[in-house]
Design a protein around this ligand. Sequence first.
Ligand code: SF4
Length: 511
Amino acid sequence: MCPTSAAPTVIDPSPAALRADGSPRSFSVRTLGCQMNVHDSERLSGSLEAAGYTPAGPDEQADVVVINTCAVRENAANKLYGNLGQLAKVKREHADFQIAVGGCLAQKDQGAIVEQAPWVDVVFGTHNMGALPTLLERARHNAEAQVEILESLEVFPSTLPTKRDSASSGWVSISVGCNNTCTFCIVPALRGTEKDRRPGDILAEVQALVDDGAIEVTLLGQNVNTYGVEFGDRQAFGKLLRAMGEIRGLERVRFTSPHPAAFTDDVITAMAETPNVMPSLHMPLQSGSDAILKAMRRSYRSRRFLGILDRVREQIPHAAITTDIIVGFPGETEEDFQETMRVVEASRFSSAFTFQYSIRPGTPAATMDDQVPKAVVQERFERLTALQERMSLAENEALIGSLQEILVAAGEGRKNDATQRLSGRSEDNRLVHFALPEGVARPRPGDVVTVRITAAAPHFLLADDLAAVRVRRTQAGDAWDRRQAESCGAPAAGSPAPGAVNLGLPTLRVR
Ligand code: SF4
């Protein structure tokens, strides 16, 4: 089948989804890694539900545990084997219990996982997520581990059933894979070359999400700016953003990640001219040193990077720009590091994900000479994070006194119970904790609240001006209400059937 095919993937009910007494077996998915994995986990959950499994409750021991692994983040292997070690005990005590391992690390290590942890039942890769129910069934029937890894995509993952975590916000893949060859990155080896989805399929998925109540989408790709390379349209990403502006009810559009080498001015203009495209941009710097960027095989240089930020701020002055930075790449000298500090200072990032370089087996950088000693990396990392904290605080303090629209989120503020505040994200994606005046109806997750910023910290803003609070109820809040009613077994009027699974394109109701 063509990888970009839009035809929904049908998952048949699986006999392995039932216990001996005929009740559905329960599952839980543990996600390690990035947003791609979080979204992939939604597809794994959707596929299992379509096959007849049911999600385990928060305190329930699931009959099937799926671990969606990551090969990019540090300690991913330790985390996987730590999880598997704990699950070995469950396996000994429950004969019917099954463990499946998928994702990037599974794609990379393949059969080595069952060699190291022979109690694992299924290993599957990044290209065959939809095969999970079949593999679980086969493992149960044959009473032996099933390892199935494909070297290329069988079906575009977005055609799989998807169980969305959030009623108000959804991830939408526009492409998978990457044509770049950054020397620190394992993604091209594990996810393959870039495969683009057709614009019509993407728009249909976004429309389906909005019809289900979502008001925010994040377009996902390893390198969103090269979207269109497969079908020969270099301006396809900017056009896609503009098309998002035509979708009624869609209030917030975000995307991740762009690549500085491919980021063109038509995208900046499309962002500026499309009101529902949010003023936030994640632009991975990785290093401020041109020599290190060359060694990383990243084809832009610091001057181009800073030029992009200038042009973004010219057209979208209030844009919040975030980044990723790696400290201690092989061969990085103190001068190189100083270049990173210089570019970070000039960039005025609102926040940065900073990483200490560590060897990822299978990447070109892993075998480079001049690996930087751990103590040096640590010391540079601390200097960089101190600088970024200072910058983040200054950027956040500049917003004190401003009015911000907050999309209320569930579970974003860990101290909310103690502080009596609610939390959510501003349009530029900053985390805001806000107080609600007495007597005002509590907004639901998905509702939008206008607040005035009263204080700032490096990683969040506070809004305690009670007089400024305005609550706007949204269709996303209504969708949240419906989900709550469904989870209590009492569907709200007009709500989809329990177990509704969004199929990426149309909505499939699983009955
Ligand atoms: S652009 Fe570079 S870092 Fe990003 S996925 Fe592709 S190879 Fe990896």
